[in-house]
Write a protein that binds this ligand. Structure first.
Ligand code: GLN
Length: 287
């Protein structure tokens, strides 16, 4: 069948994008080329793979080329899609908000276990970002009330949208403040956080997606990476009731330092929990 003038096939667009994305250093070019095509067409990835001869309208081709060009500039896939999956939930994300990382699901597991075991119903999530941890906890704990904080207006807006879309906004309060500042002393039974913990000088080692697009304020943990954890631990000690659980995500080489920090502010039973890759990932302690 002769091609209609001005109409390109989806397959040829995808094929040239695979080469461009690979040249730009994207590690999974075919997967991403197909996912972005699926997004532009409003299709599934499988449809993209099986309908390569489909003629793309001029508008669709322009939209798709725009997505490919942005991804070649290493804009994060999650920002281009506007969504990212976390703990089995589809969440909104966008510029100004750190995209949820799979390793952060460990924080949710730990808090859910603890809350179910002791019937805890008052939980705080500090540095909530997209609200991923708080929303997952609210869904997993139908009787719980949660307060989530973030310094960033963009984060609070994004978290509010996610809370509303997942039907938990009535039980999840969002407060824009520094760390635990707006939380009442003794209020929380469990306090979780994924604070910024990347050492300021470590930018050189970050992927362009992270270094050039993600909010530095959500990553920069000061000189050693532990400046925010120190302030957070002091605040958490104040906000947690007796016996309350503190759990904070940390960097993979920060376990020993994190244990010293939580001990120094008066927490008991400090422990490090490793992630699926066997790396230090969460510090826990008891008020
Ligand atoms: N794990 C994130 C990264 O390396 C850092 C998250 C954080 O600072 N809280 O990109």
């Amino acid at each position: 069948m002769a091609a209609t003038p001005g109409v390109v096939s989806l397959g040829s667009l995808v094929q040239s994008a695979v080469a461009d994305l690979a040249r730009a250093g994207v590690e999974t070019p075919r997967l991403e080329a197909e996912l972005l095509a699926a997004q532009a067409m409003g299709w599934t990835r499988l449809q993209v793979m099986t309908r390569r001869e489909h003629g793309v309208s001029v508008q669709q081709a322009a939209d798709l080329r725009g997505l490919y060009a942005a991804r070649c500039r290493r804009a994060p896939l999650a920002y281009l899609a506007g969504r990212r999956e976390f703990y089995g939930l589809g969440l909104r994300v966008g510029p100004g908000v750190l995209t949820p990382r799979p390793e952060t699901e460990l924080l949710v597991d730990l808090a859910l276990d603890e809350a179910r075991r002791r019937g805890a119903v008052r939980l705080a999530d500090v540095c909530t970002g997209s609200g991923c941890v708080a929303v997952a906890l609210a869904i997993g704990l139908p009787d719980a009330r949660l307060l989530a904080t973030d310094l960033s207006h963009a984060a609070i807006r994004c978290a509010a949208r996610n809370a509303t879309e997942h039907g938990v906004a009535d039980r999840l309060g969002l407060v824009r403040c520094d760390l635990t500042r707006a939380l009442r002393p003794g209020w929380a039974e469990i306090l979780v956080a994924n604070p910024p913990y990347v050492p300021s000088a470590a930018t050189a080692g970050l992927q362009p997606e992270v270094a050039c697009y993600e909010p530095w304020v959500a990553l920069d943990g000061g000189g050693s990476g532990l400046t925010i954890l120190e302030a957070l631990a002091i605040g958490a000690r104040r906000v947690l009731g007796a016996g309350g659980l503190f759990a904070s995500e940390i960097g993979s080489d920060q376990g020993d330092a994190a244990l010293r920090i939580v001990r120094a502010v008066g927490f008991g039973r400090p422990a490090i929990v490793r992630d699926l890759a066997g790396m230090d990932r969460v510090v826990t302690a008891r008020a």
